[in-house]
Design a protein around this ligand. Sequence first.
Ligand code: PLP
Length: 449
Amino acid sequence: MAQTPTPPIDATGADEADLTGVAPRTKAKPSVEKIGDRKLKPSTLMMGHGYDPMLSEGSLKPPIFATSTYVFPNAAAGKRHFEGVTGKRPGGSQGLVYSRFNGPNQEILEDRLGVWEEAEDALVFSSGMSAIATLLLSMVKPGDTIVHSGPLYAATETLIARILGRFGVQWLDFPAGATREEIDAVMTKAATGNVALIYLESPANPTNALVDIQAVRASRDAIFTGENKPPIAIDNTFLGPLWLKPLEHGAEIVVYSLTKYAGGHSDLVAGGVLGSKEHINTIRLMRNTIGTICDPNTAWMLMRSLETLELRMSRAGENAVKVCAFLRSHPKVERVGYLGFLADTPGMERQADIYARHCTGAGSTFSLIVRGGETEAFAFLDALKIAKLAVSLGGTETLASHPAAMTHLSVSDERKQALGITDNLVRISIGVEDPDDLIADFEQALDSI
Ligand code: PLP
């Protein structure tokens, strides 16, 4: 929904007379999305889309709306807004109501987030996990099955298996790199029960394995005929929204930890969900109930981040190409697990094929497998001077961490082995620094092992 003025624009054509008492400048001017036949690009739209300065005293940038509640022009408008908030009328509220439901900063941000993937609608959340939890809670009931790719981000796996499991929700998974036949086999088994959702993560955290979204869609459409098709949702945190656009490949809902590339400065925590109006309406009702919306200040910071998203991601991606080329040839390096190397890695033909069909860039997050074990990996990490030793990814600064001893410490040894999370594996997220400075840092750290 565009920046919602109070009182509302009545888009349904209902009698506006009962919503009046309005000052003349209350209608948000539609943003310019085209010049002649030319459709403007997301990087252009991030500067103004969804915001009308004239609704905010001419302020070039949207102010931060620090308020918990909004004044209704009259009782009829309040009633109408609550019809939207409670789902009596689909599409969300047509006016501003209460900051657990909506706010100008969040609505402008949602409009802009949707632009990158041409999604019909979008929602923002207080974290990636609150976005995922709200999505799952809005879709499942006891007895349902979630079919998912594996591995998933550890907290998502916990949420599905251990937390929703307590409420009678079951799950079945297939490995991220599964073929159409392997996906079909899992879907067929799951289809004996009620499948509420197909949930993917690509590339998977932490293996970087890609999911064949096109094959999942074809499998879903072949196996679930008629009305009962479970929607396909995907966590696009690692490559989105620049290098992978899952809605173009058959997914219907896209999930983000906006904490990562979208926020991009390692200074906020937030989440997002994009998709069709129908799905977003369902998820919005759950968000309204449990209050997982992001706060206005974070929304404002994210709007600022989105203005430079393409610049930051492009530079980080270019840096990663150079850094990975250097790392790959260093004698102390056993292997570099980087999507850009799939095409010339023996045994990775299927992953390379998925990459070629789905992705427009390899991102800037990869694994570095040093020769040796934990001692050598720790020595490398401790010697870094520019790259910071911290978990997370997608920020302007380069980060490095040790999954086996940090993010995946509690994962069993067998599962770590199955996922390839070895003691000599270091996870790196490249930022926007000078690439040659980064190479100098990695070189001195490798030499010091
Ligand atoms: N999804 C993926 C792929 C992630 O890597 C993360 C966090 O690292 C999340 C979801 C959770 O996001 P947040 O930390 O913003 O809750």
